[in-house]
Ligand binder design. Structure first.
Ligand SMILES: Nc1ncnc2c1ncn2[C@@H]1O[C@H](COP(=O)(O)OP(=O)(O)OP(=O)(O)O)[C@@H](O)[C@H]1O
Ligand SMILES: [Mg+2]
Length: 232
């Protein structure tokens, strides 16, 4: 089993959004191969579990799925599980999870607590979203340092890219001048043509396509780049 996360110390940078896209898409990619994925949500507001419950009852969602997959009924019955766990609960269930799943994704709340350390140590790879504002860069860097200390493989990508001078500067120079100094093994997650994965600011589109059931038909293939980085 591989334990994966899109995570950082900062809130509101797209962790849950991109985690959901990745898990839902990966579930469908692996479905026929009999490989199993699960999503573990450490946020006790249960927003993802509630969303799934709503989506299952939605005619529109079922119809949309039926347009993509002939075996949509079977897929609906066997959807990947979405667990809301506390940290201790996750550790207790870890061995069982390991027996059942090939990939699990962890979705953390946007704050770091001491008890997360034991959880972080179970992770194989982290993708760190960076949104280019000064505060976010700092929290991203401290997360990179922590991954180095705990020996967790990690890479970064730019999210909510806007055409600003600061954004261009981050893209051009932050990796060498800043991030590698915090974590010598940090990787640039590759996107199109192996350049740094940089996801544009597109609020409407990303809100509209969030589903725990339908794979994200991503015109820019960002979700595939993220999945590829994480599972390899
Ligand atoms: N590339 C993007 N362009 C525009 N909006 C985006 C993009 N990626 C994510 N968002 C939006 O940013 C908001 C915050 O995203 P999300 O909830 O995924 O963040 P988070 O890191 O999980 O936050 P928290 O730490 O509070 O859990 C959401 O409204 C989401 O739709
Ligand atoms: Mg979140």
């Amino acid at each position: 089993m591989k334990v994966l996360a899109i995570a950082t110390r900062k809130g509101g940078v797209g962790k849950s959004t991109w985690t959901q896209y990745c898990v839902t898409t990966l579930f469908h990619i692996l479905y026929k191969k009999g490989k199993k994925v699960a999503l573990i949500d450490f946020d006790d507001q249960r927003s993802l579990a509630n969303k799934r419950a709503k989506e299952i009852k939605s005619k529109q969602v079922v119809e949309a799925l039926s347009e993509i997959f002939e075996d949509y009924e079977e897929r609906l019955k066997n959807l990947y599980p979405l667990y809301t766990f506390g940290y201790q609960e996750y550790l207790e269930k870890y061995d069982k999870l390991q027996q059942h799943f090939d990939y699990i994704f962890l979705d953390f709340p946007g704050r770091i607590e001491k008890e997360q350390k034991a959880i972080l140590e179970t992770i194989d790879k982290v993708a760190i979203p960076i949104v280019a504002d000064e505060l976010d860069i700092e929290s991203g860097v401290s997360y990179m340092k922590m991954c180095d200390t705990l020996n967790i493989k990690c890479g970064w990508f730019l999210n909510k890219e806007a055409n600003t001078t600061f954004n261009r500067r981050i893209k051009a120079t932050a990796h060498e001048n800043y991030f590698q100094k915090a974590n010598p093994n940090i990787e640039k997650i590759p996107g199109k043509e192996s350049e740094l994965l940089s996801i544009r600011e597109r609020p409407e589109m990303y809100r509209k396509n969030r589903s725990t059931i339908i794979p994200f038909d991503d015109p820019e293939q960002n979700v595939y780049h993220l999945i590829k980085y994480l599972i390899n």
